[in-house]
Design a binder for this molecule. Structure first.
Ligand code: HEC
Ligand code: HEC
Length: 161
């Protein structure tokens, strides 16, 4: 019994010694320390990101959500729609359509802002906490992730109604 334990301890110690030897031989190259793949002393500029900016009403496809209950991204151009002020809110003019909630959306028509966005859906009274749409909704550029993640894969099984 005692002998078994001694052999076990000796083997573990040997394992540690061997892995320490293997690691000691290989220094991690400077350009493998982070995600940027350049020396840690460089200050690389991020690559220029291009947004797809299709005209409003031409997308005809529902936005993919990162996860259920995430605000969908804006699939169309928002040029000329910002800033949102107390007097001018173009997003609201197109999207606040309480009577359309739950109905089939015809091609080229705005997706109605959901019931969660109103104080009173019947009266079409928007919750002022939702006034600044771009606080939560943003256009999305088509950028490949630096590191693959399985987190978003759930979104693919979540179909918008
Ligand atoms: C002229 C009308 C119009 C304006 C203004 C407008 N939208 Fe849209 N929006 C649409 C239409 C139409 C769609 C459906 C996609 C398409 O065909 O472009 C849409 C789609 C969306 C979607 C995707 C919804 C989903 O579930 O797929 C979001 C989010 C959105 N718009 C947010 C905004 C925000 C935020 C603004 C203001 C910065 C805005 N929109 C301004 C008409 C408009
Ligand atoms: C505080 C964050 C927030 C603000 C501000 C906000 N939204 Fe949303 N929006 C969400 C979230 C979260 C969802 C998805 C969950 C849901 O359906 O309530 C959503 C969903 C939507 C959808 C998709 C509806 C559907 O049936 O798929 C549209 C369209 C939309 N919002 C438009 C707007 C517009 C237009 C404004 C500004 C008047 C706005 N939102 C302001 C968070 C926000």
């Amino acid at each position: 019994m005692k002998k078994h334990i001694q052999i076990g301890v000796a083997m573990v110690a040997m394992g540690f010694a061997m892995s320490a030897m293997a690691e000691g031989d290989q220094a991690i190259p400077e350009d493998s320390l982070g995600l940027s793949k350049v020396s840690v002393d460089d200050s690389p500029a991020p690559s220029v990101v291009k947004y797809k900016e299709p005209d409003v009403g031409t997308v005809n496809k529902r936005s993919v959500r990162s996860y259920p209950t995430a605000p969908p991204t804006i699939p169309h151009t928002i040029e000329g729609m910002l800033p949102i002020t107390l007097d001018v809110n173009m997003c609201k003019d197109c999207h606040v359509q309480p009577k359309q909630i739950g109905k089939k959306i015809a091609k080229g028509m705005p997706v109605p802002a959901p019931a969660s966005h109103y104080i009173d859906v019947k009266k079409g009274e928007l919750n002022l906490g939702r006034w600044s749409c771009v606080q939560c909704h943003q256009p999305q550029a088509d950028v490949p992730p630096i590191v693959e993640s399985t987190f978003g894969q759930r979104a693919k099984t979540h179909k918008a109604k």
